[in-house]
Design a protein around this ligand. Structure first.
Ligand code: SAH
Length: 401
């Protein structure tokens, strides 16, 4: 393993008083505009962070290209980074052992929320999926330490890497391809809440499942009955959870590969579903809702789980209009006493803004909404209280009259 310098030799990055305030408030990021000097800090280096006078604030991972130049990893000196990594990985695994139930698929490491900025690890039964999002986590000795520790602790059949080409470009990292980094197995099945799913790391969409919705699937299933429509169904996460208690479930998505996987997943659950009618519709959700609403289609439950409409603050207005249109149409199509399950995974849309949008949609559709549950992401995606960016998912379940 290549030598990583000890703390005494760590390159120093000095930050402005605004950066210092941010760290003192409990956050772990310092933006590039708050860097005073970073002389001698190589891309992805472990650095010692100081204020302008040279007072030490902790150790951080440095990025030479991201707007987030500094991600603090410790407020104490760090001598041996790979050893710290191994310890944090062990702690992240132990954290889930107490919290995660009824599944063999969950997020093992959630970046900043597990004090491992830039590292995301998901487990799908015996296949582990790894995502590396920062320069520091991409260095060869660091990668090796991560992979070896995951292999030893989780003993998976294989480890696959999922590459986000856009992130690598932003971090000015050389391109890589998604694929196996350990073992041979690329596909498996996993289950959550008694529902079975297929995971395939190389075929189809390669994105895996939306593990952050796991507890929301179970919550929604409690209220399922009659006819249900799962809009933005992807591989059938909500639809398959609802099917057990419904007479009919339709899933809608614009992605054919996602619907093909949903169909396969339905096959895996045949025993549980007992020949229940499931329908997978390839369509643009906005168009379909419009058509169904004007055709006076009615449902007892509608799930809305669109992709993040607000990728940045700039998109916020357009995003809110999108959410409102979807929710308005869905509300019009629910029978009295029906249940709306509506989600947003945009960090830039706060829980308050999302509830306000829902309130406006209720007024415009002349329906009364009672909040049954206001939920967030599954607990294997922890939210670090001083790093609000770690919390992003909203899932509101309401009763419509
Ligand atoms: N509910 C899913 C996750 C949804 S992710 C689950 O729990 O697994 C968002 C999905 O929206 C993706 O599958 C994507 O293909 C789909 N999508 C994006 N834009 C769409 C559109 N305009 N109409 C229909 N589906 C769309």
């Amino acid at each position: 393993m290549a030598a990583i310098p000890k703390q005494a030799e760590l390159p120093k990055v000095r930050i402005s008083s605004r950066g210092v305030m941010r760290l003192k408030s409990g956050h772990v990021w310092v933006y590039r505009s708050d860097i005073v000097s970073a002389d001698g800090a190589a891309p992805g280096a472990v650095v010692s962070v100081t204020d302008e006078r040279g007072k030490k604030l902790g150790a951080a991972l440095y990025s030479s290209s991201s707007q987030i130049a500094i991600r603090l990893i410790s407020r104490e000196p760090v001598g041996d980074f790979p050893a710290l990594l191994r310890q944090r990985i062990a702690e992240a695994i132990a954290y889930r052992e107490n919290l995660v139930r009824d599944t063999d698929a969950y997020r093992v490491i959630f970046s900043e929320a597990d004090f491992l900025p830039g590292l995301i690890v998901d487990r799908y039964n015996d296949v582990v999926s790894l995502q590396i999002l920062t320069q520091a986590m991409d260095g060869e000795p660091v990668r090796e330490a991560i992979i070896a520790e995951l292999a030893q602790r989780l003993k998976p059949a294989s480890i696959v890497e999922r590459v986000d080409a856009r992130v690598r470009e932003l971090e000015t990292l050389p391109p890589r391809v998604s694929g196996l980094v350990r073992g041979e197995k690329t596909a498996t099945t996993f289950s959550m809440n008694g529902v079975h799913f297929r995971y395939d790391a190389v075929e189809g969409q390669k994105t895996g499942a939306f593990l952050d919705q796991r507890e929301n699937y179970a919550a929604a299933a409690q209220y399922a009955r009659g006819e249900a429509l799962d809009v933005f169904c992807y591989q059938g996460g909500f639809a398959l959870h609802l099917a057990g208690s419904c007479t009919q479930v339709s899933g809608v998505d614009s992605s054919r590969p996602a619907l093909e996987m949903a169909e396969q997943n339905a096959g895996l659950n045949q025993g549980r579903l007992g020949g229940k009618e499931m329908e997978w519709i390839e369509a643009n959700a906005f168009d379909l809702l419009k058509d169904y609403a004007s055709a006076s289609r009615r449902y007892d439950m509608i799930v809305l789980d669109p992709p993040a409409f607000a990728k940045s603050k700039r998109d916020l207005d357009a995003a809110m209009r999108g959410y409102k249109e979807l929710n308005l149409r869905a509300l019009k199509m629910l029978r009295p006493g029906g249940i709306l399950v509506t989600c947003s995974c945009s960090y830039h849309v706060s829980r308050t803004e999302f509830l306000e949008m829902l309130g406006e949609a209720a007024v415009d559709s002349r329906r009364s909404l009672r909040l049954v549950e206001v939920r967030g992401q599954a607990r294997d995606h922890p939210i670090l209280v001083n790093v609000p960016e770690t919390g992003y998912l909203k899932c509101v379940i309401s009763s419509v009259s």
